[in-house]
Structures are given as C-alpha cells and as structure tokens.
Design a protein around this ligand. Sequence first.
Ligand code: BG6
Length: 496
Amino acid sequence: MTYQVLFTIFGATGDLASRKLYPSLFRLYKKGELAENFAVIGTARREWTHDYYREVVLQSIAELITSDHEAAIFASHFYYQSHDVGDAAHYETLRRLGETLAKQYQTQGNQMFFLAMAPHFFGTIAEHLKSEKILTGAGFERIVIEKPFGESLETATKLNDSLTRVFSEDQIFRIDHYLGKEMIQSVSAVRFANQMFESLWNNRHIDNVQITFAEALGVEDRGGYYDTAGALKDMIQNHVLQVLSLIAMEEPEVFDEAHIVAQKVKALKAIKTYTLDEARENFVRGQYAASSFNHKEFAGYKEEPLVAADSRTETFAAGKFEIDNARWAGVPFYVRSGKRLTEKGTRINIVFKPGGSSLFEQNLETANILTIYIQPTEGFSLTMNGKKLGQGFEIEPVVLMYRHDSAYLGNSPEAYEKLFLDALKGDGTNFSHWEEAKRAWELIDVIRAAWDEDASPIPQYAVGTMGPRAAHELLARDGHFWRWTPDVWYRERGLL
Ligand code: BG6
C-alpha cells in the first residue's frame, strides 16, 4: 500500500524529529509505503530555507542511505515553514503552502500532524488548525503526539479537552513508544497462543509478576525536563502500566483496537486505588548518588546539568500494584524503573507458584518462571526444574531460552516506524488511549501525593545497583525477592 498524505511536523528543528521522525519516514519510503504522493512541511520558530531543512533531513538519515539519488528524491518532498504556534497569521501561510503541496503531490486531502514539541502547545496548535481551516475534512486527518500526556489527572484532562474540541479520539494517536516494540506486541502472542500459559494465567498458578524497566544511563542532557517529572511520571505512568495492562487483561473477543483497548482499560480499572497510607507503604523511591561502579566514577543525580542541587525528584521508583478481580486477587504485580542501574534491560518475570508434589522440596526458590525479554535482547525463557546430572536425585533449575539481540538499542527507530505506519493505517491499537491515560493518572496521582507529603530524605542508591534497599524490602515483606539481579555479578567481583 502506498499512502497519499501531507505531513505537518511541529517542532521540525528538534532532536526528536531528527532522531526518530525523519529516519522512520525514510524507512517507510524505502519500503514503498510512501512514494510519490507525500509531502512534509516542517515547522518551528527558526528561519530555515527548504534547502537547509533538506540537508538536516539528509543528515538525520545518513546511516540509512544506500543510494544518494534515492535519498535526494526523498528529501525533495520536504518543505520548511517558519512558524510561531501562537500566531494565527502563520497558520494562514501554512494553509496556503499545504494547499499547494496537496495539489502538487496529490495527497487527496489526507493529513497527518506530528506534534514533536512541549505538550503545553498541543491545545493551541489543535485549535488553530481548526480555526484557520487547515482541517477541511477532505481526507483523513490525524494528530500524533508525544508523551508526556499531562503531568497529573488534572493537567491531562485539560490537555485532552483541548484536543477533543478539535479531534475525535480515533483521530488522536498518543505515542507510547514501548507499544511499538516487537516484544511488547508479542506479550499477547505468548499468552494467548500457548495453551500451557493461557490455562495457568491466573491467581491459582501465578505467585507474583515482576516488571523491570532498568536503564544504565543517567538523565544525560534531559535534566530540565526530568527534574519536573521523575521516574514515576516518566516511566511508570505510561510504559510500565501499559505493559502491566497487557499482561493482566482478559482475552479480547476479537484482536482489534476496540476490543484490546476495552480489555486494557478494564484491567487498569481493576487495579486497586490506594489510599495515601497504602501508597506510601507500597511504593518506594530513590535517587542515584555520586558513586563508583565498575572502575568508573559517576556524578550523583543532583550534580547533573539542569537539575536542582536540592532536587527531591526520584530517579528510581518501585512498587506493588494489586488487582481486584477474580483472575488476579492476591497476586502482587511488582514494578520498578530507574536510571543508573546495573544495566539496560526491560523484562517481565511471571513467577509461578511452587508445585504441590511432596517428592521434592518446593518453594519459591524453585518456582517456574516465564521471563519475557523486551530489550535489549528480545525473546523469552522458561525456568524449569530438572534432575542434577550424576548420582543422587537432586533437582536444579534449567533455563530454556529463546533470545536474540534486538537490532537497535535504546529508543528504537523501528518502534517509531511501526507506530507511524499504524497511524497511517488508522490503527490505534498500539497507542495510548484517553481512558488508559486517565486511569493511569488516577493511580499515579495518589502515589505522587503520598510522596509529596513525606518530607523525609529521598533514599539514595549507588550507581550500578538495582535501586535503594527499600526496593528489596518491599518484596521481602511479602516473602518475595526480585528475580532479576544483574548487580550480584558486580558485587561478587568487588566492582560495586
Ligand atoms: C522515555 C523516557 O519515554 O523512555 C526516558 O522519557 C527513557 O527517560 C526512555 O530513557 C527509555 O526508552 P527506551 O526505548 O530507550 O527504553
């Protein structure tokens, strides 16, 4: 399928556009999803010429270019228009350019808007697109927006109201880039296409679920944003709860957007809303401190650029969610996410209950575990018990492993490419919907409020560990422990 469409990118001079948007569009172009009938208008405040803009686009796709001729043709579809998002007159210029390009490239009135800029501009842009008649209803008209979607239930609701005055929910594509990752999309396959798991996927057989989103990097140059967000809002509210809802949801009757989203929302609604006291008990935070790890010295979070010297922002959050429904009652869902941990890794551990046989000692140490590896390696493993080789009849764990390196580390452009193609198709399955975002904020607001009330010092953790002691105590209280402990290797060698 080749799409006919006019893209308008707000924030075209930014890092996000260069790192993710342009490479993704080029990949789609190389695959033939985009051909002659597309054009891109890039807008931002700066005064750039079309030629300069095309140079920037070419640079951003440099690694993907196999033919200079092909790349030059691709770049020729890009046009730049300097723009102030608050100035109505500028939308008039934008509209005229859009109309010309729509004719020239025969885009059939189809339009996609990418908002790659700070969320407080989203409402203004949407309203002007309508009032200045850039939206005409002639073809499909969709808006793709980046996170964060608000900073609380209140701000997210305002943001959503301002968007829905112009666009309907099925025209809004809220990116959660984890939903574009291959293995996240595979969670449902692992669950529903394997009778052996599907039949065990409940509180009779599963003891606890552990979701880890670990990063080795610190905040890098994003201190300005991060210091206003923290791990809870930056990762748990969106990516982690999305994954949790995919694991916890009931089987959708049909595997399509409407049915999947309905089940995810149901699962999110079944998560217990904590009181402030419960939130304090069930969630812990931490901040990385200056420390040495693996022969290297690292600055603490508070020493990072653009971070307040007395910052109380958490760079680590861990907690326990409980789901009040027949399938999950009594099964804790432990989650954790942090920066400057031992290594980059996103994985889910489904820990099964110890078996009932009296022949062997059965306890949580010998539990079967299904692990789903999201990144940087993708795949899954199953920890089972086998007989130890040799004399006697002792059992030992055996790990059946299917794992491969994902092609890209970090914010994989491939994930974006998949998401853009979905948006072009009008398929919102792998995007975050308002009902999901709303429920996630309800859950997160309580935890945030509990933490804000608590003036005690933020627990510190050393770089290279898997978070503060409290994160381990949280599970120990329930007789559990984190199954993924990459820090142990470094401790044993005195590197931590
Ligand atoms: C983003 C967060 O949403 O996800 C970042 O804002 C985080 O703080 C990033 O580093 C992680 O994404 P990935 O794809 O690199 O795991």
